[in-house]
Design a protein. Structure first.
Length: 422
């Protein structure tokens, strides 16, 4: 099978690494890829939002399947254009991807289908938003309506700060000029994944990530500084409730509203005293959650990706998983998330750390002399497997200690919830 994978980050490196192991694979091309991906696949310099160029590339390599990594590709309609060309796509249409690309759409969808989530309001003006804010108790949850690379959410106990965050979003600082205000939900947050083929959904593991930049869950929100799987918060009861009350109604609802959902559905959940509630949806694998899922997945991933794209999940049994725990620690460039500093040289990241440690490239580039350098905010993902969570954690941080990169930083407490439970 010839496969085109779209994207250039750590999530896509993890997907390429896992797809490469498939017995069904004939050729794997990644666009645009990165230096790490180039070690396991062919790469082509085509932007994830160049839908015309991507479809042309898919035709050139006679792709049997296109796998979409980033949300930006979905928003501009790559799945729609591929469908016109008769090429199967693992990823939803632009209409279905609104579950991620518009938080307002998702909240209104949840209301229509009685999917448990926080109370909310959607506003285009500061006056109306401030009036709704007066009805809430702090902390206040302020969200940009559209895509914001994981940085469009602000939580504040201070009314003035909340008003400033509202004004920033209405002014378009995070893309959209609409703002969503939600009631604050108390509980523990985690991520549940499901593969969908337009009619049915198959659960595909869970993970827990760390959004804040610094230890102790402090600092600004980021796209994610680390993750681990399995997440102890996902009890069998919680998973069953989330599947019945959130995932399955969403797949049914999208199909009935004329936008059947195909691809992976990422449900950010809050475990509350009233049961699981939806925080938000993503229309693609999480990053860095995907990395730990790929380490733990025992099954060949390609049949599942193809079945989701072509409506064939009913023909497959549930995927199988390793019993080991997996952890991912993100190494980011200093200044991330606001102003990451590019260009610093990284030494030691491409050595052999042992069979249980994998380093995925997230934002790297090659200098003219071949040296590896930072070329983004989140730069490297140090991932490890272990018979226990603590064993995996020790392996990951031991590998980090062997990497020489003064221009980077990382959190030293990834997995603190799991460690506390242990």
């Amino acid at each position: 099978m010839n496969i085109l994978l779209i994207g250039s980050g750590g999530r896509e490196h993890a997907l390429a690494w896992k797809i490469r192991q498939s017995t069904l694979l004939k050729r794997l091309v990644v666009a645009p890829g990165n230096p790490g991906i180039a070690r396991v696949a062919e790469t082509r310099d085509v932007s994830p939002t160049d839908v015309t160029g991507l479809v042309a590339l898919a035709r050139e390599i006679k792709a049997d399947l296109v796998v979409v990594g980033p949300e930006s590709s979905l928003e501009v309609g790559i799945a729609d254009l591929l469908a016109q060309s008769g090429i199967p796509c693992f990823g939803p249409t632009a209409q279905a991807a609104q579950l991620e690309t518009s938080k307002a759409f998702t909240k209104e969808f949840c209301s229509r289908w009685e999917i448990p989530t926080a109370g909310y309001g959607v506003f285009d003006t500061a006056e109306a938003a401030f009036a709704y804010l007066s009805q809430l108790k702090p902390p206040y949850v302020i969200k940009a309506d559209g895509l914001a690379a994981g940085k469009g959410v602000a939580i504040s106990d201070d009314r003035k700060d909340a008003e400033a965050e509202i004004e920033a979003r209405l002014a378009g600082r995070y893309g959209s000029s609409r703002v969503v205000i939600e009631e604050f939900m108390r509980g523990e947050e985690a991520s549940l994944f499901a593969l969908c083929d337009g009619e049915r959904a198959v659960l595909f593991g869970g993970a827990q990530d760390h959004k804040r930049a610094f230890d102790g869950d402090t600092g600004p929100n980021t796209g994610g500084m680390g993750a681990y799987s399995p997440a102890p918060v996902f009890t069998p009861e919680l998973v069953a409730a989330a599947e019945a009350d959130i995932v399955q109604p969403t797949v049914r609802g999208m199909a009935e509203e004329g936008a059947p959902y195909r691809g992976v559905l990422y449900a950010g959940l809050m475990s509350t005293d009233q049961g699981p509630k939806l925080v938000e949806y993503n229309a693609r694998f999480g990053d860095p959650e995907c990395q730990v899922l790929m380490l733990r997945l025992r099954s060949d991933i390609v049949p599942y990706l193809h079945a989701a794209a072509t409506g064939g999940l009913a023909r497959l049994g549930p995927p199988t998983w390793r019993a080991e725990s997996a952890i991912c620690v993100v190494l980011a460039a200093r200044g991330y998330p606001d102003s990451p500093i590019p260009g610093s040289v990284i030494r030691g990241a491409e050595q052999d750390f042992g069979s249980d440690v994998v380093v995925f490239h997230a934002g790297t580039a090659r200098k003219h002399d071949g040296a590896l350098a930072a070329a983004g905010g989140r730069v490297l993902n140090i991932c490890a497997l272990g018979t226990t969570f603590e064993a995996a954690r020790e392996k990951a941080y031991a590998a980090i200690a062997k990497i020489d990169w003064p221009g980077g930083f990382y959190r030293s407490d990834i997995g603190w919830r799991a460690a506390g439970r242990a």
